[in-house]
Every structure is written in structure tokens, then in C-alpha cells.
Design a binder for this molecule. Structure first.
Ligand code: UDP
Ligand code: MG
Length: 209
């Protein structure tokens, strides 16, 4: 049940520990659905900053942090890193980057991620952009991309698909029930998908402006 503090938090809708206010869009979709590619396009056209939770975790491994080995092992297995770690990285990045508009890509990945982020930051997403793509197509894309990622092999991909269906789809359903999901058919070529993405963001901007 909501206390007064909760109410204030909700109303503030995203105030970071340093008092900075932010506007957040979650970008969700299976591995290989095109989140990263389309986020780069959105950044260019709509003035958001892009935060990939996976990229932040990979940077944390490289930085030699004490959590590095644990994170690396979880990524190799396609498992979800503890919320606390990911949330800290996202929060820090939002404070460090001189922008108020953020695309958070690949997070929240499970119900616990979602609830913990909301509790810790008080941030409710403006909306959730969901890239809908068949497993067949996602698998084809991942096997064709070569980013030297340790988790882009057939064994780990299958595990990531399983985690996506079991843990991440329920998060999309949660937001769907709140009318927050903007679903995109992501099985098409990049330019066509971006046309659909543009329609979503243009309507938001028209509303805000
Ligand atoms: N990951 C995680 N929590 C997150 C985001 C990523 O634990 O919030 C881990 C997880 O093991 C995942 C891997 O990082 O399988 C790669 O995530 P990324 O989003 O980079 O992959 P994508 O879905 O874009 O292919
Ligand atoms: Mg990605």
C-alpha cells in the first residue's frame, strides 16, 4: 500500500540520488531483436542517451571490479545478474551523462529487476518499446553478427531464449496490462523497423511539446 513517501516518489517520477530528474523509456525484446541497432537510430533522431544494461555489465567486467568474475560467469550462462549490481550501474550512468532522456536497453529482464528498479529509483518508464521477433530470425542474426561476445554461441543463445521467455516476457506483460507497451514488428529490415519506431517517438514528442 502506498505511503505518503511512496506517493511523492511516484509523482517525482524519477529523481536520482543527486536530485536529477530523468525521463526513461525501457527498450525490451529478445536477444538479437535489434534493440541496440534501433537505439542508435533513436539517439540520433530524438535526443535520447542510450544505456545498454548488457554493455554496462561488460564494461564493469573490463574495469576489473570485484564483481567482474561473477558477472562474467552469469553472462556466459545467459543468467540474469543480481538487480543490485545492474541498478547501481544504470543509476550512476544516468547521473554521469548530461541528458535527462534515457533509453534503457535490455533491462528490466525479470520481475525482480523491475520491482527493484522502481523501488530504488522511483522511476516509472514513460513507455516500453517492445521489439517482437521470432526466435528463428533472432538466432540467425546473432549467429551472423560477430562482436566477439562470449555469449553469442548456439548453446548460450538457447539459454538466453529460455530466460527471455520465462523471465522477461512476464515483464512485458506487466507493462502491457498498464497500457505502457508500444509493440514493434522487429522481424523486418532495419530501415522498416525504424519507420515504425519513429512513429512511436514522434507521437510522444507531439504530446510533450
Ligand atoms: N544481463 C543481465 N542483466 C541485464 C542485462 C544483461 O544480467 O539487465 C546479462 C545477461 O546474462 C544477458 C547478457 O547480460 O544474457 C547480455 O545482455 P545484452 O542485453 O547485452 O544482450 P542482448 O539481449 O542485447 O543480445
Ligand atoms: Mg544488446
Amino acid at each position: 500500500m502506498g505511503t505518503v513517501v511512496d506517493a511523492v516518489k511516484q509523482e517525482a517520477n524519477g529523481t536520482l540520488p543527486n536530485g536529477k530528474k530523468v525521463q526513461v523509456v525501457f527498450v525490451l525484446g529478445g536477444p538479437g531483436s535489434g534493440k541496440g541497432t534501433q537505439c542508435a537510430n533513436i539517439v540520433e533522431h530524438f535526443g535520447f542517451s542510450h544505456l545498454s544494461a548488457g554493455d554496462l555489465l561488460r564494461a564493469e567486467i573490463k574495469s576489473g571490479s570485484e564483481n567482474g568474475e561473477m558477472i562474467q560467469n552469469m553472462i556466459k550462462e545467459g543468467k540474469i545478474v543480481p538487480s543490485e549490481v545492474t541498478i547501481k550501474l544504470l543509476q550512476q550512468a544516468m547521473m554521469d551523462i548530461d541528458n535527462e532522456k534515457f533509453l534503457i536497453d535490455g533491462f528490466p529482464r525479470n520481475e525482480e529487476n523491475r520491482a527493484a528498479f522502481e523501488k530504488v529509483t522511483g522511476i516509472i518508464p514513460e513507455f516500453v518499446l517492445f521489439f517482437d521477433c521470432s526466435e528463428e530470425e533472432m538466432e540467425r542474426r546473432i549467429m551472423n553478427r560477430n562482436q566477439g561476445r562470449e555469449d553469442d554461441n548456439i548453446d548460450t543463445i538457447r539459454k538466453r531464449f529460455k530466460v527471455f521467455v520465462e523471465s522477461s516476457v512476464p515483464v512485458v506483460e506487466y507493462y502491457e496490462s498498464r497500457g505502457k507497451v508500444r509493440k514493434i514488428d522487429a522481424g523486418k529490415p532495419v530501415e522498416e523497423v525504424f519507420e515504425a519506431v519513429k512513429t512511436v517517438f514522434s507521437s510522444i514528442h507531439a504530446k510533450v511539446a
